[in-house]
Design a protein around this ligand. Structure first.
Ligand code: HEC
Length: 195
């Protein structure tokens, strides 16, 4: 049978002529293509390696948990974390001159505008004296720098600094202690004793 030749009209009802033409090839291609695709799709997601929405969600949550745990390494009070161990870790990090100079570069780029290029203070408090609002331990500084102080004008840097940049800028800030730069801002906060 010649596929392209249209059948003769076969049915007339109420003056309406009903033809029985072949379906167009493009239409059939879409139909069979869809069936083949649906089969592949079903096999991939039901029996194959395709991740379901639940699995994709679980993966995203796991990635988030890992990122959060890493962030908690430098901020105080993270879940299951030991502050003393983290303080030791940041202290060891601060001993490295390379880390301190990385921290100096971060400080000059992002912090000097408010805290002064020498840490003498400006919009933000003096970072060289014995007086601290949020504490002078490395982990306390890391937390303030990471989370900011919302209503006091200290921005949160956690999302903008990489983990090692944060640790390094803490190291640099701690190295400013006792430098007594000219034009130092008056003390703010509590007097602390440095170990
Ligand atoms: C827009 C201005 C601004 C910038 C930029 C800024 N800070 Fe601050 N910072 C402040 C203010 C204001 C405070 C005081 C917050 C308060 O009163 O609780 C503060 C507080 C702090 C404290 C706690 C001081 C204390 O006495 O406990 C540290 C540490 C600190 N900033 C470090 C940094 C570092 C490091 C950067 C750069 C990554 C930075 N800040 C950038 C304004 C700023």
């Amino acid at each position: 049978m010649d596929r392209d030749k249209k059948n003769e009209e076969i049915h007339v009802y109420d003056g309406i002529v009903e033809h029985d033409n072949f379906l167009p090839r493009w239409w059939l291609a879409i139909l069979y293509g869809s069936i083949a695709f649906a089969f592949g799709y079903f096999m991939h997601y039901t029996f194959g390696p395709g991740a379901t929405i639940q699995e994709q969600y679980d993966t995203a949550v796991r990635e988030y948990e890992v990122a959060k745990a890493q962030a908690a390494v430098v901020t105080a009070g993270g879940p299951g974390s030991d502050p003393a161990a983290r303080e030791q870790m940041l202290l060891a990090w601060a001993k490295d001159a390379g880390h301190r100079s990385q921290g100096k570069a971060v400080y000059e780029g992002k912090c000097a505008v408010c805290h002064g290029s020498l840490g003498q203070g400006g919009i933000g408090p003096n970072l060289t004296d014995d007086y601290w609002i949020h504490g002078s331990r490395h982990i306390e500084m890391a937390q303030v720098i990471s989370e900011g102080v919302g209503d006091k004008g200290m921005p949160p840097w956690g999302a903008l600094l990489k983990d090692d940049e944060l640790k390094s800028v803490v190291a640099h800030v701690r190295s400013l202690h006792g430098t007594n730069p000219p034009g130092s801002k008056a003390p703010q906060g509590e007097k602390v004793t440095f170990e």
